[in-house]
Design a protein around this ligand. Structure first.
Ligand code: HEM
Length: 305
């Protein structure tokens, strides 16, 4: 069997073979070829410019796309008959909640954006900037959901990740509910059974769970997301024994006992580069979240590491 890191980079060959339906619409590469031919170069130019100045915006924009996709999933249309290689991107395309609902705002602060897991998302202004540029050249044509999907691809490429063709033609959703995001986005303290169930509910396999978790090869986390693993794992002021003890020491230097706000690199040493080292870290018991470490707790997920 190919290793998960190999799979991680075997991108999207399968994606081309399917005519994908999202929100009742067919998606295809080049959906805007007639109506907005300059869209993709335009988005790429904006992204390249932004990331050259602020490379740390790449991870939250990739994460934003995932959070957009994971919440409003149309279960009935999800079908996964994937044989052989899978890719992170292929999976994101298939998750039909990718409807831009994470971008919507409500005056009462009750939209997905306002849910706790989304409060640390950043980079909304880049989506606005790309959408405004698209509106200038082709008014009323391009959906925000497609802009977000293109931006997520382009930021990944900008931090040395792989390129993939983005199938476009998504329609923007009109509903965006805070509680839905809160309940559907998985918590960093999730155990393996919660993670597997959560992915399964969205038509995603165990292998998909491992591959997609690899998104944590870039970016940062606040101490609050894993603090309890260092200082109060079972309520007895203890440390999570599944964490590598040398790593615990390093993390404790960055996150002091009452510090929830400092940030740490999720993939120390290469947190600005989209590479395969996340999988090596997890295998060495250096996964930052319980949900990363949990990949070692199951025969099937462990086999991919
Ligand atoms: C499997 C379940 C997942 C859980 C429980 C989870 C949880 C988290 C948490 C708690 C953070 C840190 C937030 C903070 O403290 O600021 C984070 C960051 C991040 N996640 Fe996930 N995540 C999951 C899956 C994914 C997937 C599938 C992707 C993308 C494919 C992804 C991409 C990212 C990125 C890029 C960051 C860094 C964001 C930044 O630098 O601002 N995550 N995730």
């Amino acid at each position: 069997m190919a290793s998960i890191s190999t799979l991680f980079f075997q991108l999207i060959t399968l994606a081309f073979a399917f005519n994908i339906v999202a929100n009742g619409q067919s998606l295809k590469v080049g959906y805007y070829q007639e109506t907005c031919p300059d869209l993709e170069p335009l988005v790429k130019e904006i992204v390249d410019q932004v990331i050259s100045i602020s490379p740390t915006l790449a991870p939250p924009l990739l994460r934003m796309h995932f959070h957009d996709c994971f919440v409003r999933v149309r279960y009935q249309n999800l079908c996964f008959h994937v044989t052989g290689s899978v890719s992170i991107i292929f999976l994101l395309i298939y998750m039909q909640g990718c409807d831009g609902s994470v971008l919507l705002e409500s005056p009462a602060k009750k939209s997905e954006k306002d849910a706790d897991p989304n409060l640390s998302l950043r980079g909304f202004e880049i989506i606005d900037q790309a959408k405004a540029a698209a509106e200038k050249v082709c008014p009323g044509v391009v959906s925000c959901a497609d802009i977000l999907a293109l931006v997520a691809r382009d930021v990944t490429v900008a931090v040395k990740g792989p390129f993939w063709e983005v199938e476009t033609g998504r329609r923007d959703g009109r509903a965006s509910i805070k509680s839905e995001a809160l309940h559907k986005l998985l918590a960093p303290f999730s155990n393996i059974s919660t993670l597997k169930k959560g992915f399964k509910k969205r038509g995603l396999s165990v292998k998909d769970l491992v591959v997609l978790s690899g998104g944590h090869t870039i970016g940062i986390s606040h101490c609050s997301s894993f603090h309890y693993r260092l200082y109060n794992f079972t309520g007895r002021l203890d440390t999570d024994p599944s964490l590598d003890s040398k790593y615990v020491k390093k993390l404790k230097m960055k996150c002091k006992p009452r510090d929830q706000n400092s940030i740490v690199e999720m993939d120390p040493g290469s947190f600005e580069t989209f590479d395969e080292s996340y999988f090596r870290l997890v295998a060495k018991r250096r996964g930052l979240f319980k949900s990363d470490a949990a990949l070692l707790d199951d025969i099937e997920t462990k086999a991919y590491l």
